[in-house]
Write a protein that binds this ligand. Structure first.
Ligand code: PMP
Length: 362
């Protein structure tokens, strides 16, 4: 087998090797049908079984709480930025958003195109290097929902807990940390994520929501932008991204094999600790961007003394087989995305490389 890269891409990102190999093994003949899953009708029993398996595995990993439904949609998490206000932010209501950085900002921008929005909390003052305290939020009576971004992929911050919003539905963009740790789904009205970081390949967006939120979308909405269309048709109103959903099912099976979310969380904590310790013990050569208490276990952002040195770091890392360590173009610096599927050994290799680089340039 060819050598696998040390893949720290932010998304699409590393997938578990076992999953890729299993997909490869059944690529041309899925379950004895004589065809790939990509080649079969989405209305057939074989596809539908896989589709339903993926949805039920996902709910099972989250403890099978009563009254929740999974949707498989297209258009990325970015389309959810619009669908959420289109479906919930109706006349006379206002929607609360927690402004924590680049992705929260994009969600707010879209909501403002649809209706009235208020900033419930913000960490703009810290340039989004920490997260606001959400423990004493006051939400108006006409709040349609409160939207949070559980993990800011670009800045490298991650909420450790979520507020109790009472009867106001809490909605979370979990694109970059879904299934990286256990969480209480019943605290949320809805969570959503583009699949391409922790769930599978790009092409499918997962929505998990309380069933009552998925009924009775406003009458004027186009069919494809209504949650009730997709909920009422088991996400099979139109042709679903069948191969992506099949891959999500494989990734979910792999998560089960890792000891489910508790097992995954433990591994993620070990991986992140290894990398953050290397940064913190470098005597200031490497500097973590996010405040310690707000650090993400998924996207580790850090800097060197100059942009020139950062460029050199990226260049030399690429020569050694590391991929994706350049920070997002909007903030610069360095970023290692260490999602579920990034093995501990990749991070060990990175930490060793960082020590060598410091020796030569410190
Ligand atoms: N939200 C977050 C937190 C993200 O990281 C991303 C993608 N990087 C998005 C939303 C947008 O997702 P998509 O590209 O699937 O539209």
């Amino acid at each position: 087998m060819s050598k696998r890269a040390y893949n720290f891409n932010a998304g699409p990102a590393a997938l578990p090797l076992e999953v890729l190999e299993r997909a490869q093994a059944e690529f041309v003949d899925y379950r004895g049908t004589g065809m790939s899953i990509m080649e079969m009708s989405h209305r057939g029993a074989v596809y539908e079984e896989t589709h339903n398996e993926a949805a039920s595995r996902l709910l099972k990993l989250l403890g099978n709480p009563e009254g929740y439904k999974v949707l498989f949609l297209q258009g990325g998490a970015s389309t959810q930025f619009s669908m959420i206000p289109m479906n919930f932010l109706t006349e006379g209501k206002t929607a609360g958003y927690v402004m924590t950085g680049s992705w929260a900002g994009k969600a707010i921008k879209e909501a403002k195109l649809i209706g009235e929005v208020f900033e419930a909390a913000s960490s703009k003052e810290s340039k989004f290097m920490n997260l606001p305290d959400l423990s004493n939020l006051k939400l108006p009576d006409n709040a349609a929902y409160l939207h949070v971004t559980s993990n800011e992929t670009i800045e490298g911050t991650q909420f450790k807990s979520f507020p109790d919003t009472g009867s106001v539905p809490l909605i979370a963009d979990m694109s970059s940390d879904i299934l990286s740790r256990p969480f209480d789904l019943t605290q949320f009205g809805m969570v959503y994520a583009g699949a391409q970081k922790n769930l599978g390949p790009s092409g499918v967006t997962v929505v998990i929501a309380r069933e009552e939120l998925l009924q009775d979308s406003p009458k004027h909405l186009p069919t494809m932008l209504r949650y009730d269309t997709h909920a009422g048709n088991n996400s099979l109103y139109n042709t679903p991204p069948s191969f992506s959903i099949y891959m999500v099912n494989q990734v979910l099976k792999w998560i089960e094999e890792q000891g489910s979310l508790e097992g995954i969380e433990k591994k993620n904590q070990e991986k992140a600790a290894l990398l953050y310790n290397a940064i913190d013990n470098s005597g200031g050569f490497y500097r973590g961007c996010a405040d310690t208490g707000s650090r993400s276990l998924m996207n580790v952002t850090f800097r060197l003394a100059s942009e020139e040195l950062e460029k050199q770091f990226v260049k030399e890392s690429e020569k050694e087989g590391f991929v994706g360590l350049k920070g997002h173009r909007s903030v610069g610096g360095l970023r290692a995305s260490i999602y579920n599927a990034v093995p501990y050994d990749s991070i060990k290799a990175l930490v060793d490389f960082m020590a060598e680089f410091q020796k030569s340039n410190g």
